[in-house]
Ligand binder design. Structure first.
Ligand code: UDP
Ligand code: MG
Length: 194
């Protein structure tokens, strides 16, 4: 058995990944690793050789090379001293998936993929409100969002389909209130035996 248990959490920008992950952490004791947050932290780190490259991708809604993202994830996993992880917002494309499989097979086992399904209109309006409410994110604006949604459709949906083929996807309807959505999430975790 791999040392680490991983649940990937996917869905469009604003689908509710971060909000639901916080609740899962409280109820089920997972460690939450947001790939986007780890990249934003690395971007801010003084002396980072990847700062500019990361910022360009985030603004353009494109995807950072997997070597960078996967090594940030792996380091966070090792440093946590824990075994059960929610990895939020990764893998987003074929390069992410291949890089993860190459580096992490035998180290981490993907137990489930939680997929928050949410319409484009709801996703856009949530991210724009988040931007207006001062998220401080350089990509919560309509130009970046249009590109993020395009990347999600073209590059991330095929990854969700890949895991669907492995029967690992649990799809959650993400448009209700956070508490209502969490009722559905709870049912998924109740059947997960680690
Ligand atoms: N990103 C990336 N690789 C990842 C995760 C995020 O390149 O594995 C970049 C990408 O440019 C993305 C941005 O970070 O558009 C924001 O990602 P985040 O997951 O924070 O956005 P969310 O989907 O939560 O709105
Ligand atoms: Mg997020």
């Amino acid at each position: 058995m791999a040392k680490y248990n991983v649940v990937f959490v996917l869905g469009g920008p604003g689908a509710g990944k971060g909000t639901q992950c916080e609740k899962i952490v409280k109820h089920f004791g997972f460690v939450h690793l947001s790939a986007g947050d780890l990249l934003r932290e690395e971007r801010q780190r003084p002396g980072s050789q990847y700062g500019e490259e990361i910022e360009t991708h985030i603004r353009n809604g494109t995807i950072v090379p997997v070597q960078i993202t996967c090594s940030l994830l792996r380091r966070a996993m090792e440093e946590s001293g824990k075994n059960n992880f929610l990895i939020d917002g990764f893998p987003r494309n074929k390069d992410n998936l291949d890089g993860w499989n190459k580096a992490m097979t035998g180290v981490a086992g993907v137990r489930l993929v939680l997929f928050f399904n949410c319409s484009e209109e709801v996703c856009i309006s949530r991210c724009l409100s988040r931007g207006e409410a001062g998220s401080g994110r350089s990509d919560d604006n309509i130009q970046s969002l249009t590109k993020r949604i395009q990347t999600y459709h073209n590059s991330t949906m095929p990854i969700i389909d890949h895991y669907r083929g492995l029967n690992l996807v649990r799809e959650i309807h993400g448009e209700k209130s956070p508490d209502e959505v969490f009722e559905d999430v709870k049912q998924v975790f109740a059947e997960l035996k680690l």
